[in-house]
Design a protein around this ligand. Structure first.
Ligand code: FAD
Length: 318
């Protein structure tokens, strides 16, 4: 089924999750254990992130430098197929523009189609140093909208090389939205306008970057609706579990942590932080649900236990 068919609008918590593939050569069993734990909550779908290649240089004995290209976390497509096959739930692989040619994207999409995966999240990705964007390079997608257009073309039977007898694909495409604005956008209006263009190009729903202040999400949702975006917008949430995240989350994801939450965490002992994070997330979810946002999306990096605590508590309240 498609993500847009799995969304609910009835106040009952409908919680999806985003997981990260294991590091190169790592075991898939830990990820499958995470999904196993989440099955208690009947997730409508699970997103699996994608990671572009990184470039690094190694000094040689003769003083020269050898260039290496490495994908630290490959396996998004295989993992999606494994989860879908084993647990029977829909999976949403993330596809990136950065680090991939349009041909590679088409190949990945054809493979997903063979695997019966109908949902994809189209993203630009961040600069990994692997490939500097060259404006006008038609072999690569520059912005997420270019990838959305490519998928939409495939959905209408147009492949890069026109193929006789190729059946059109039927992907449901999600795109990213930023309640606190994307860090490169000069202002929120500009960012929302670009989001609207992604929807007009064929995306069917939006999942947001994590946020810890619901007011930023409500303002973003209002801005999207005023701009004429009618697609579902799924709020992205994360449970804060360590003091170090007060620095790492803002610097990595360009988001803010409200003063009240940051001060409480800073003053707490290390072992008290997860409890504070869980309490905050429950409060956020309660408010979102009471304002009619039944579909929630949790970012999970290592353990599902804290998100599970939140969801268990919401189900008791529902
Ligand atoms: P875009 O929509 O292309 O936007 C990027 C910036 O360009 C924005 O500032 C936008 O306003 C601007 N822009 C768009 N079009 C134009 C235009 N035509 N001209 C000028 N400016 C324009 N990263 C990963 O590497 N792997 C993942 O799996 C992953 N999953 C994510 C999931 C979610 C839900 C979210 C919110 C983010 C995720 N990211 C992931 C991070 C994402 O790749 C970065 O935030 C990236 O910087 C932007 O991606 P985008 O798809 O939003 O880009």
């Amino acid at each position: 089924m498609k993500v847009v068919e799995l969304l609910r609008n009835d106040g009952v918590p409908n919680v999806s999750y985003e997981i990260v593939p294991p590091k190169r050569g790592g075991s898939v069993s830990e990820i499958l254990e995470i999904i196993d734990k989440l099955m208690e909550f009947a997730p409508p779908f699970v997103d699996v992130t994608s990671h572009s290649a990184q470039i690094y240089y190694e000094e040689q004995q003769d003083g020269s430098w050898r260039r290496h290209i490495k994908r630290k976390r490959p396996g998004t497509l295989g993992l999606c197929a494994a989860i879908k096959g084993r647990f029977g739930i829909e999976t949403v692989p993330h596809l990136l523009c950065k680090g991939f040619t349009r041909e590679e994207s088409e190949d990945a999409l054809i493979e997903l189609n063979y695997l019966g995966i109908q949902n994809v999240m189209a993203l630009r990705g961040d600069d990994s140093g692997f490939q500097k964007p060259v404006h006008g390079d038609r072999t690569r997608n520059e912005y997420a909208i270019d990838l959305v257009r490519q998928i939409h073309a495939m959905n209408t039977g147009h492949f890069l090389e026109e193929l006789i007898d190729a059946a059109p694909t039927d992907f449901c495409v999600g795109v990213a939205g930023y309640p606190e604005k994307h860090f490169e956008a000069p202002n929120i209006k500009w960012d929302v306008k670009n989001l609207k263009h992604k929807i007009e190009a064929g995306a069917e729903y939006v999942t947001t970057q994590m946020f810890f202040d619901n007011e930023s999400f409500f303002a973003f949702e209002t801005a999207c609706r005023s701009a004429g975006i009618t697609a579902p917008i799924i709020p992205g949430l994360k449970v804060l579990t360590s003091k170090s995240q007060l620095q790492t989350l803002p610097s990595r994801f360009h988001i803010q942590i409200p003063e009240e939450l940051a001060s409480e965490i800073a003053a707490a002992k290390d072992h008290e932080v997860p409890e504070i994070g869980v309490r905050w997330a429950i409060k956020q979810c309660d408010e979102l649900l009471s304002r009619g946002f039944s579909n929630l999306h949790f970012y999970i990096i290592q353990t599902p236990n804290h998100a599970a605590q939140v969801v268990r508590s919401l189900r008791k309240l529902a």
